[in-house]
Design a protein around this ligand. Structure first.
Ligand code: PRP
Length: 179
């Protein structure tokens, strides 16, 4: 275990099993379709790569980079898009893949944006759901794990751009971010 990790929350084995289960459930709903799978960078990158490998439906891949500036304040403005989709979502079945839902600001805005662009359906798949922090009315359609109000790292998730490549999800030691 990394020295900055308080404890491991989900092991590689647990992640592998659960991601497969969720991906298979999603896959069953998109048979006969050609969904556009949208990864929200960067946190979702490892989850996304594992998730799509369990889909048997013919998928197209796309990515967005958005700013979570304003997150945590109910009066915040619109989501800032740093990198938009390459594909047109009009008439498409869109699957948004996120690493974590915290306040819900990012996904509430993204879901609205993609719906307004004419998507036939928008399905939200998240690795982690921190429901205790929710401020915006958004719920994932698929969620791998519920977590409490803890600072989690690994499997794509960072603190100050560190720890993303850890193969497990751990809780960051408080001493690291309160220094
Ligand atoms: C994280 C996460 C979500 C968002 C969730 O992204 O990936 O996009 O915050 O928070 P919210 O529900 O309060 O909006 P972050 O800005 O940390 O970027 P990253 O994915 O590059 O780590």
């Amino acid at each position: 275990m990394h020295k900055d990790c308080e404890k491991i929350l989900f092991t590689e084995k647990q992640l592998k099993k659960r991601v497969r289960e969720v991906a298979e459930s999603v896959d069953a709903t998109v048979q006969g379709k050609r969904p556009l799978v949208v990864g929200i960078l960067k946190g979702s990158i490892i989850f996304y790569a594992d998730f799509i490998r369990h889909l048997t439906a013919p998928v197209e891949l796309d990515f967005m980079v958005v700013s979570s500036y304003g997150s945590g304040t109910v009066s915040s403005g619109k989501l800032k898009i740093k990198k938009d989709l390459d594909r047109d979502v009009n008439g498409r079945d869109v699957i948004i893949v996120e690493d974590i839902i915290d306040s819900g600001f990012t996904l509430a805005n993204l879901k609205q944006l993609i719906s307004e662009r004419g998507a036939s359906s928008v399905t939200i798949v998240t690795l982690l759901n921190k429901a205790c922090r929710r401020e915006y009315d958004i719920r994932p359609d698929y969620n791998c794990f519920d977590i409490g109000d803890e600072f989690v790292i690994g499997y794509g998730l960072d603190y100050d751009e560190r720890y993303r490549s850890l193969p497990y999800i751990g809780i960051l030691k408080k001493s690291v971010y309160s220094e």
